[in-house]
Write a protein that binds this ligand. Structure first.
Ligand SMILES: *Cc1c(COP(=O)(O)O)cnc(C)c1O
Ligand code: SF4
Length: 338
């Protein structure tokens, strides 16, 4: 079997090749050249294999295909909606919350999702390298309030197992760190990345380990993913999922309910459902907050509480993610206040 690195190298980068494989006309991506120049197409072949052929509305295809409509930019959709630079005390480290810090291990990803804020910073690299991690870890060492280190990106699993193992070994010797959390879309888009070396690294560490997968649609989940997740479960890794609410892809209670059930069957608990960050080029994915609230309300009726993700949004300048309540919950609150 080819290595995950090889599979990554063989990822599709040409829109017409992608459309040909799916028996779709090249005209679907017409006029999208400027969008493509700004943020390349990149999608592993295994993820393409999960797409339906001859379906221009396939929910996986829509996440990656450059479209001319990315160029219409309504007001309010900007290049840096999160303004994260402010919480960046040293390169590669984001410290917004008291108890946890986020390390941006690499800015690259295995897939390029059209709705992502990364589309405006594809080449910016906030990865300080092994020596830089020393500085980040010294910062963490000085603050006993921090008990969790989150590896994020980009996609932190894009670095190889040796690199990751040395980073984990460095974090592990900080006595007040209890938990290592990895946010990665790689289990979903390239499940071959869950190598035995990665699994044994996570199994051997003294830290609690959490992997947050980033699946948006039940069609992304298949037996290869299930096998990869099983290895992580056997290594006692707690599995959570977060999704982004995307118009035309998963903006329906039935799709999201099915996603929760599918994930749960594979041992993954729903964690967050994010409202889209208002990033330039992503306006066509935007779901109004009131629609999101009514979807949440339906989910609460259809699912046991433990399968309902928390609906959240990022608000620039806010200390934490902001919880969005369902229609019913906010009406109840207004009733109580009046
Ligand atoms: C979301 C986020 C975290 C983790 O927050 P949780 O609510 O614990 O999932 C940590 N750091 C940054 C910068 C974040 O954006
Ligand atoms: S950071 Fe996540 S959403 Fe953005 S391109 Fe990478 S995998 Fe996709």
């Amino acid at each position: 079997m080819p290595s995950w690195q090889k599979l990554l190298q063989n990822a599709i980068t040409c829109p017409t090749e992608l459309l040909e494989l799916l028996h779709l006309p090249a005209s679907l991506t017409e006029g999208a050249a400027p969008a493509l120049a700004q943020f390349k197409l990149r999608v592993p072949r295994g993820f393409v294999a999960k797409m339906r052929k001859e379906d221009p509305h396939d929910p996986l295809l829509l996440q990656v295909l450059p479209l001319a409509k990315e160029l219409n930019n309504p007001p309010g959709f900007i290049t840096d909606p999160l303004q994260e630079s402010k919480a960046n005390p040293i390169p590669g480290l984001l410290h917004k919350y008291q108890s946890r810090v986020l390390l941006t291990v690499t800015s690259a990803c295995a897939i390029n999702c059209r709705y992502c804020f990364r589309r405006h910073f594809p080449y910016q690299d906030n990865n300080p390298g092994i020596k830089g991690w020393q500085q980040a870890c010294e910062y963490i060492e000085k603050d006993p309030n921090i008990n969790e280190v989150i590896l994020s990106g980009g996609d932190p699993l894009l670095v190889n197992d040796d690199y990751l193992a040395s980073l984990v070994a460095r974090i592990e010797i900080i006595p007040h760190i209890k938990t290592l959390r990895i946010h990665s879309r790689m289990p979903i888009v390239l499940p071959e990345r869950i190598t035995n070396d990665l699994v044994s690294c996570l199994q051997q560490t003294r830290l609690n380990t959490v992997m947050v997968t980033h699946s948006n649609h039940p069609q992304e989940c298949d037996v290869t993913l299930e096998a990869a997740l099983m290895k992580l479960r056997q290594a006692n890794v707690t599995l959570l999922n977060q999704s982004v609410l995307l118009k035309g892809i998963n903006d329906s209670a039935s799709v999201l309910a099915e996603l929760s059930h599918t994930l749960f069957d594979m041992g993954v608990m729903p964690y967050y459902l994010h409202l889209l960050d208002k990033v330039a080029g992503s306006a066509h994915f935007d779901v109004p907050e009131t629609t999101a609230q009514s979807i949440l309300q339906t989910l609460q009726q259809q699912l046991p509480g433990y399968l309902v993700p928390k609906l959240v949004k990022e608000v620039a300048g806010e200390k934490s993610k902001v919880l969005v309540e369902s229609e019913g919950q906010s009406r109840e609150l207004t009733d109580r206040l009046t």
